[in-house]
Design a protein around this ligand. Structure first.
Ligand SMILES: Nc1ncnc2c1ncn2[C@@H]1O[C@H](COP(=O)(O)OP(=O)(O)OP(=O)(O)O)[C@@H](O)[C@H]1O
Ligand SMILES: [Mg+2]
Length: 356
């Protein structure tokens, strides 16, 4: 299974040196004491791709992004498809050259010293199946060895990791025979197999996982954070960001729309509640006019042709409930409540004013 292109593939995916294990390093995948200072410092990062069609402008995928992550911090990068999340992660991982700006991983400049910088990180790309015909155990063991776990320690380290990710039952199955969700777990297991990583990059780590598997990945992420790793992950699941992230960064069109803890990002929006209306196309013109009259004066947070989101001081006041009842009777879909992170996210990315 270990043809040279396969090894090259593995090495480039997991950013490991091929110089072999360092026998003097302590064993286990527990991490050695961490140096002080940020694990990631990105300043003013820009990345442009060539135009999609001749004569069009180049695609600005990352537009002056700055981000710092400290040891023991989980940052979730959020944003709609095409917002620039994977482009950002791939530059941080050293897989893509920045158009401008700087990236330091554990203090090491990624552009000037990519080899050294890559040693300090582990990455799970959005799409990846660099397995060849390897079994789960063979693959994780190989990554562990590449990342410096000694031959004597490898068996117990790998068994421990496979247990944690509930992969023991499939340990001797070829990875390509596993379901998509279990293949994501194998990638996470491989990322855990290194000991020198200070920064873990996870591009949509739980996409395709069932709710139980997702929670088991969250558990592993929390454990690694508690061990002092800095973790940067992308996700389309807002509840995942709420459950895991110390900070969320919301991107749109390559720019930062919001950056802060979940409560901070939520505080950017006025306190109180909101009324969300969908299916306005189901109302007659006369009903729509009546609705707009009753809602007049209430701040519109965002709206589209068939939906709108409004600010309400008290979403459970009798008047709000009355409006909701009468709209529901007329065929609209009505949601009343206090804003979740998902509401804030939708307000930001769907609001025309947020167009950048
Ligand atoms: N290799 C490439 N060549 C040209 N354009 C690219 C390339 N990779 C990404 N892009 C463009 O850059 C922009 C950002 O893409 P990116 O993959 O970073 O988004 P994303 O936020 O990860 O999206 P998703 O949520 O769909 O994974 C998009 O407009 C995309 O079409
Ligand atoms: Mg992506």
């Amino acid at each position: 299974m270990a043809g040279s292109s396969f090894w090259g593939n593995i090495a480039s995916h997991f950013r490991v040196s091929r110089t072999g294990p360092r026998e003097s390093d302590p064993g286990t995948f527990g991490l050695p004491a961490l140096p002080a200072g940020p694990v990631l410092e990105v300043k003013d990062l820009c990345r442009t791709y060539p135009p999609r069609r001749p004569g069009e402008a180049p695609v600005v995928a990352n537009d002056h992004l700055s981000l710092t992550i400290h040891p023991g911090e989980v940052v979730a990068l959020l944003g709609p498809n095409g917002a620039g999340k994977s482009t950002f992660l791939r530059q941080v991982a050293g897989q893509l050259c920045p158009t401008r700006g700087s990236i330091r991983v554990a203090g090491v400049d990624m552009v000037a010293s990519p080899r050294e910088a890559k040693e300090a990180l582990s990455v799970i790309p959005q799409e990846s199946t660099p397995y060849g015909g390897a079994t789960v155990r063979e693959f994780v063991r190989m990554i562990a060895r590449l990342k410096g776990v000694t031959s004597a320690e490898a068996a117990s380290t790998v068994t421990e990791i496979l247990d944690r990710l509930d992969l023991r039952r499939d340990a001797d199955a070829p990875i390509r025979n596993l379901s998509g969700g279990y293949q994501r777990r194998v990638l996470l297991a491989a990322a855990l197999a290194g000991r020198r990583a200070r920064l873990l990059l996870l591009d949509e780590p739980t996409t395709g996982l069932d709710p139980t598997s997702r929670r088991s990945v969250w558990g592993v992420v929390r454990e690694l954070r508690d061990q002092g790793l800095g973790i940067l992950l992308t996700t389309h699941y807002l509840e995942e960001a709420e459950a895991l992230a110390d900070r969320v960064v919301i991107l749109r069109n390559g720019r930062v729309l919001a950056d802060g803890s979940v409560p901070e990002v939520r505080r950017r929006f006025p306190a109180g509640g909101r009324l969300e209306l969908r299916g306005l196309e189901r109302l007659t013109d006369a009903d729509r006019k009546e609705v707009l009259r009753r809602l007049q004066g209430r701040p519109v947070l965002s709206q589209g042709p068939t939906w709108m989101r409004l600010q309400l001081s008290d979403p459970f006041a009798p008047e709000a409930l009355d409006i909701a009842r009468s709209l529901t009777a007329r065929g609209a879909l009505v949601t009343l409540g206090t804003p979740s992170l998902e509401d804030v996210y939708l307000d930001l990315v769907e609001s025309p004013e947020a167009l950048v």
